[in-house]
Design a binder for this molecule. Sequence first.
Ligand code: COA
Ligand code: ZN
Length: 316
Amino acid sequence: MNPRDTHFDTLVVQEVAPRDGLQIEPTWVDTADKIALIDALSTAGFTRIEAGSFVSPKAIPALRDGDAVFQQIARRPGVIYVALVPNLKGAERALASRADELNLVMSASQTHNRANMRMSCEASLTAFGDIVRLVRDTSRATLNASVATAFGCPFEGTIDEDRVIAIVDTYREMGIEGITLADTTGMANPRQVARLVARVLERVPAAALTLHFHNTRGLGLANVLAAYEAGARRFDAALGGLGGCPFAPGASGNICTEDLVNMCDEMGIPTGVDLEKLLALSRGLPALLGHEVPGQLAKAGRNRDLHPVPDYVLQI
Ligand code: COA
Ligand code: ZN
């Protein structure tokens, strides 16, 4: 099949603020506030929400309450609640807490994988093999695997595209259905994105491929559009543009969900997401987190939010 021939134009947004967004926040967000945020996001039209991670509480103290969060959220039918998992222990916790999908993460860069996961890529893949068996034997959860630093590494620099493709092939051979290409520290550019997406779509259906961009160098939405035009249809984004990997120097926020949905609305690309609800939620983030957030739409307003004409103009 020609990957461009996808027969649908909808862009699926997976909201990741409860995971990628909160993992780097220095101020503790109470379990009840996390649950309230996820419950509110569940009513905004998303079909997928990454609601937390099951990693070492020493590595990511901000998300150490993932078990309680997953157990207490109000699950909305039609919404897939995803959990990020690094190892077998994390998978056991995620399944016990009824995550619908497990997102396994390994970096294309050996150095970043050692910084983030404290193990080699080979050790991560061995753990993934154990997780796949556990999930298949004991649950109906689905599996996604992410290639972090797929477009560049803050330690190693350029990442060989053939290595990314080889990892994608390995994930698929392991029986993992979903694939995410993650630009962990915003090093991707639109031409690179178009090239890599086209190659991956020769092996993975568009409905199973997610692109995960960070806006670290201001190219987030340009990369989304390049990926979309190359045939990708699923994108991670975080409310308010929160986010970042604490083990990647210089990391900053994900692409901002409401900025992305606004771009899609203006371009006539359906997302199914309620932008007014998102804006209200995003405008509540500074009070929750104690700082301004990077998203631009919540500050600027929508195109349709017009300003009163000044008196001096009316008099001309
Ligand atoms: N959930 C809870 N605790 C876990 C765990 C998990 N998934 N995995 C390991 N632990 C605990 C162990 O029980 C052990 O606890 P103890 O010190 O009380 O005995 C401790 O963590 C160390 O375990 P070990 O297996 O030696 O882990 P490590 O120190 O080599 O770290 C990871 C490996 C993968 C657990 C850790 O690097 C990690 O969680 N990384 C994720 C980072 C992240 O989320 N980055 C952002 C998202 S990409
Ligand atoms: Zn990220």
